[in-house]
Design a protein around this ligand. Structure first.
Ligand SMILES: [Mn+2]
Length: 337
C-alpha cells in the first residue's frame, strides 16, 4: 500500500488504526494472519470456496470440521489437497465464505476478528455481529464459488487447474448439477469457464460422478447422515436444525427412517433445539422426503407446507433446495406461529 509520509505517520501514531479488508485491491491487505473458513458441517462449496478465497486474496484455507465424502471425491478428482482442519481460530483474522449466520460459525471464532464475508445466503435471524466494518460480497448466485470465480476474473487472477476444477465441483454441488432452482446463468457461465481452465470436457459427467459418490450412504451411521449436511438457524427466535441428505438412491435412506428418526430425537435433545427437520432429498426424482421429531415440529411442518401428513414423513414434489425452499418455508411458518 502506498502512503504519503504524513498519512503513514498518522497511522503509526494511532496504534489501533486499520483499514477494512479490501476485496477490490487484494494487495492492500495484510494477510499473514488471515485464514478463510466456511460453515460448520462443511459442504463442498464451503471447502472449495475457502481454497479459492485464499488463492485470490492471500491467507490460508481452512475448514472448521472434517470434510464430507463428496468433498473428498471432488478433491481427489481435482488432484487438490484438502484445507487443514482448524480447531482454534482465536489467534487469526478470519474471512468467511459461504455463510453469514453465527449459528453456523466455528465456536472459537471471535466475531471481532472477522474481516470479510463472501456468501450467497440470506441475512437470516442470526447474522454475524461485528464491532468494525467488514468487507462483504453477498450475491444471490448458486454458489459462493461462482462469486469467487467472478472475482478472480475481474482481478485478472488466473486460477490453477486444480482450483478451477475445485470451483467447478463446488458449483455443481450447490446447484445439484444445475438442477436446483437456485441455479443462475452466472453459475453456468463460470462452470464453463472453470471447466475450460481445468481441462474438463464433460461437465455433466463430473457432476454425475459426484452425485453418485455422495449417494452411497450405506456405510454411514444415521447420526453421521443426519449431521453430514446440517445447518442451524434461528427463525422467529427459535433454534432450528435442518439436515439434508441429497441422494440419487433415496429409498436406501427411507428404508432407514426409523433409525434416522431415533437419531434425530437424540440429537434434538442433546443440542437443545426447538425444532429439528431432516430431508432425504431425492436428486433423481426431484423431491424432498421430510422427517421431523415430535408434535411441535409437526405443527411447523403443517403450517410451512400447508399439508397434513398422516405418516411420519412428508414427500414434497419438486422440492430440492434447503436454501430456497425448505428453509424459507419453515422460517415463514415459525415467524407466523
Ligand atoms: Mn454454498
Amino acid at each position: 500500500m502506498k502512503l504519503t509520509p504524513i498519512v503513514a505517520a498518522l497511522l503509526m501514531s494511532v496504534s489501533s488504526a486499520s483499514y477494512a479488508f479490501d476485496l477490490q485491491t487484494p494487495a492492500n491487505n495484510e494477510t499473514d494472519n488471515l485464514v478463510w473458513t466456511g460453515h460448520l458441517s462443511p459442504d463442498t462449496d464451503t471447502v472449495m470456496s475457502a481454497m479459492l478465497a485464499a488463492h485470490i486474496y492471500g491467507g490460508t484455507a481452512t475448514v472448521p470440521e472434517q470434510i464430507n465424502p463428496e468433498s473428498e471425491f471432488v478433491l481427489n478428482y481435482c488432484n487438490a489437497e484438502a484445507p487443514r482442519v482448524e480447531s482454534d481460530y482465536s489467534a487469526y483474522q478470519v474471512g468467511l465464505v459461504d455463510f453469514n449466520q453465527t449459528t453456523q460459525l466455528a465456536p472459537t471464532i471471535n466475531q471481532s476478528s472477522i474481516v470479510a464475508v463472501i456468501d450467497h445466503h440470506a441475512i437470516g435471524g442470526s447474522p454475524i455481529n461485528t464491532p468494525q466494518i467488514v468487507a462483504m460480497d453477498i450475491r444471490g448466485w448458486g454458489s459462493a464459488a461462482t462469486i469467487l470465480a467472478d472475482n478472480a476474473q475481474k482481478l485478472n487472477i488466473t486460477l490453477p487447474k486444480h482450483l478451477a476444477c475445485a470451483g467447478l465441483g463446488a458449483i455443481l454441488s450447490d446447484t445439484v448439477v444445475f438442477q436446483s432452482s437456485t441455479t443462475t446463468d452466472y453459475d453456468r457461465e463460470y462452470a464453463e469457464k472453470l471447466a475450460a481452465i481445468a481441462g474438463i470436457e464433460d461437465i455433466e459427467d463430473f457432476g454425475q460422478q459426484m452425485l453418485i459418490a455422495k449417494s452411497d450412504l450405506s456405510h454411514l451411521s444415521s447420526e453421521t447422515i443426519l449431521t453430514m449436511d446440517y445447518k442451524n438457524f434461528e427463525y422467529g427466535g427459535k433454534k432450528v436444525g435442518i439436515g439434508v441428505a441429497e441422494t440419487l438412491t433415496a429409498q436406501q435412506l427411507i428404508d432407514r427412517k426409523e433409525e434416522l428418526l431415533s437419531a434425530m430425537k437424540s440429537y434434538k435433545e442433546a443440542n437443545g433445539l426447538d425444532h429439528l427437520f431432516f430431508s432425504i432429498t431425492d436428486t433423481k426424482d426431484k423431491k424432498a422426503n421430510l422427517l421431523w421429531v415430535d408434535a411441535d415440529d409437526y405443527q411447523v411442518i403443517k403450517t410451512a407446507f400447508n399439508a397434513e401428513p398422516t405418516s411420519d414423513m412428508l414427500t414434497l414434489d419438486g422440492v430440492t433446495s434447503r436454501k430456497r425452499q425448505i428453509g424459507p418455508a419453515i422460517q415463514k411458518a415459525l415467524e407466523s406461529l
